[in-house]
Design a protein. Structure first.
Length: 631
């Protein structure tokens, strides 16, 4: 599932084969007929080539000078998971007061500044470590990028000469300082899973009130009992960022003693400080643990057994499909996607052109109907949102035989005639049946949620003069990706936000809060789609570079450092969070490309599927314009 590393420059997915532009020109490539993207761990991919050999901590040498001690200390905090060796570089007082668990400053590099020459008479000296701050990892192991370019930080270390003449560090910053390379060698991304918090304004009916597990990415040490570390981090609760929209089944005071795995791939978790004799509560805890541990890769966990002070229960993927990650993403197996050509909406599955959907949208457009532009199908496939070609109206249309007309629009924008850039954009469905749309009307730009036949303006907290140009809501409905534009600049950047519901079913309230910037080097984001429970597939480019595809985690960290080729002709991309019966197998990535024709002829549109890391032209009916998954 996960494709991220801790690198802050956008890193690109690997693809063997030719550029998409070459595929567009030739219209074919030799590729398999089926398959998907498998989970890529940093330790499994080509990124491993950039990992250094493991560093073993070395205690301070006799007679070591402050600069030498500081170098050894910085190496020891990288290599020594328990920090026992690192504390040997400190005075007794400093060792007692130092709190390495307070967090990590990740620097692009660490430079020890030269200091004055040390004489035999010196008893106290100071040395400074300087670098550009890339990210912070807090005490809950959550990684957060630092916005901006000028983030130079300096940290001072004070040394004293102790009795016996040996130098030791007496004053140092709280937490740990680590350069990006060492951080990458020592830590890996892990996903914990928490349940979505209830929506007090929602009506519990079908998927509308269904809770699902949401990924909360963190960074943990690579080499020290990773399963037990992940389980303990889960029981400690969600990250500060995600906590407003999730909850945990673990009671306060619960502690994980140990995680072991037997030869049958059953994970055994002993939980201290908690009674798990109530069956439902036990199963909810076991489900959180199962998905957290099963996500560690290598397929080593098939089932989980949880034991507490009293009681026990088990969990596996088949036990809790309704609450599993991505359970609301769409049909299972998620091989079904949609295309629109000649005015008809067609449902397509693997390897065949497909059939028109039921109702008015499955019929060719006639002159009597308003021309339609973007279409989005609800996660359960029962409804579609259609934006008029001029961007002025939004229709919500049932995909049933009884839908013989578009009906009245659910939204109308006062945008100027002929100006699509001021109209509605990016319709997107969450898994609870709510429709999300951006109204780009410059006289009143807003985000709108449509629930049933009612509309609600959604305030976006934290925007500093920027405007939302597009969005994509996650299937769980608690996270949203926003493409925002900076006034006066041709920059379309990416942010993540949280969706917080309140009020009552009769008077709902909703807002987007907790904005965090992602992929700060991207200056032109063209298309976004949720492709994992914690990752976004992004089509965009950096300044003065060509357009590429990126996988970006909700914590802002980037994908593995091998390259997925794309082309300037690519216009949209689509992926799916749904995984069917597999924790690792993903449906193919979809892409739409516009092929310019010579002599002023109309452009041609081609669709591609990324299968087994290769682009393959998809079987389509005539004149395709849209190619997408539900949501």
């Amino acid at each position: 599932m996960r494709r991220t590393s801790n690198r802050t420059e956008p890193r690109l997915l690997a693809v063997a084969g030719t550029l998409l532009g070459a595929l567009v020109a030739s219209g074919c490539a030799a590729m398999p007929d089926s398959g998907g993207i498998t989970k890529v761990e940093l330790s499994q991919g080509s990124a491993d080539k950039n990992l250094q050999a493991r560093i073993y901590p070395v205690a301070p040498g006799k007679g070591a000078k402050p600069r030498e001690l500081l170098t050894g200390f910085l190496d020891a905090v990288t290599a020594d998971e328990g920090y026992e060796t690192a504390r040997k570089y400190l005075t007794e007082t400093a060792a007692a007061g130092w709190k390495p668990e307070a967090g990590i400053q990740v620097l692009s590099s660490t430079t020890i500044l030269p200091g004055p020459e040390i004489t035999d008479a010196d008893t106290v000296v100071s040395t400074t470590v300087r670098g550009q701050l890339v990210a912070n990892v807090d005490e809950k192991h959550s990684y957060q990028l630092v916005a901006g370019q000028a983030n130079n930080v300096s940290s001072e270390f004070t040394f004293v000469r102790e009795k016996g003449g040996e130098w030791r560090i007496d004053k140092l910053p709280s937490g740990v300082i680590m350069n990006e390379t060492n951080f990458r060698n020592s830590f890996r991304q892990v996903e914990r899973f928490f349940y979505t918090a209830p929506d007090p304004s929602g009506v519990v009916s079908g998927s509308a009130g269904q809770e699902v597990l949401v990924a909360d990415p963190i960074y943990l040490r690579r080499r020290i009992d990773p399963l037990t570390s992940a389980a303990r981090a889960l029981v400690d609760g969600p990250s500060t960022w995600l906590s407003p929209v999730v909850r945990t089944a673990f009671p306060s005071g619960a502690k994980v003693d140990k995680v072991t795995i037997d030869d049958s791939r059953v994970a055994h978790v002993q939980l201290g400080g908690a009674d798990v004799s109530e069956p439902m509560a036990c199963r909810r805890m076991a489900s959180q643990l199962f998905y957290t541990l099963a996500d560690q890769g290598k397929g080593q966990v098939e089932r989980l057994e949880l034991k507490g002070l009293r009681g026990a229960c088990t969990a596996s993927r088949t036990d809790v499909p309704a609450t599993g990650p991505g359970a609301l993403a769409g049909p299972t197996p998620a091989t079904q996607y949609y295309q629109r050509a000649d005015g008809s909406l067609v449902a397509t599955d693997e390897g065949r052109p497909g059939d028109p959907v039921r109702g008015i949208l499955g019929k060719p457009q006639s002159n009597s109907k308003p021309p339609l532009g973007t279409i989005a199908v609800s996660r359960d496939g029962s409804q579609a949102a259609a934006i008029s070609d001029d961007g002025h109206q939004v229709y919500s249309v049932p995909l049933s035989g009884g839908a013989v007309t578009l009906g009245d629009p659910v939204l109308t924008s006062p945008a100027k005639p002929g100006d699509k850039e001021d109209g509605f954009a990016s319709p997107s469905w969450d898994g609870h049946g709510d429709l999300w749309v951006v109204d780009r009307n410059q006289q009143g730009q807003r985000v709108v949620m449509v629930r049933g036949n009612k509309t609600y303006t959604v305030p976006v907290e934290g925007l500093t003069g920027q405007t939302v140009q597009a969005l994509k809501i996650s299937s769980d409905g608690v996270r949203v990706a926003l493409v925002v534009k900076t006034p006066g600049l041709a920059i379309r950047s990416l942010m993540f936000g949280l969706v917080v519901h309140g009020g009552t079913p009769q008077a709902p309230t909703v807002k987007i809060t907790g904005l965090r910037r992602a992929a700060p080097t991207l200056t032109d984001v063209a298309s976004v789609s949720w492709g994992e429970t914690d990752q976004l597939l992004v089509l965009g480019k950096e300044a003065d570079r060509t357009q590429q595809l990126y996988f970006i985690s909700t914590d802002g960290s980037q994908s593995t450092d091998t390259q997925l080729q794309s082309a300037e002709s690519m216009t949209t991309v689509a992926a799916s969070e749904s995984r069917g019966d597999s924790l690792t197998q993903a449906p193919p990535v979809l892409a739409m490309a516009e092929v310019k024709q010579p002599d002023g002829k109309p452009s041609e549109f081609k669709a591609y599927r990324l299968v087994n890391n290769q682009w393959r032209e998809a079987p389509l009916i005539d004149k395709p314009r849209l190619f997408f998954y539900a949501g």
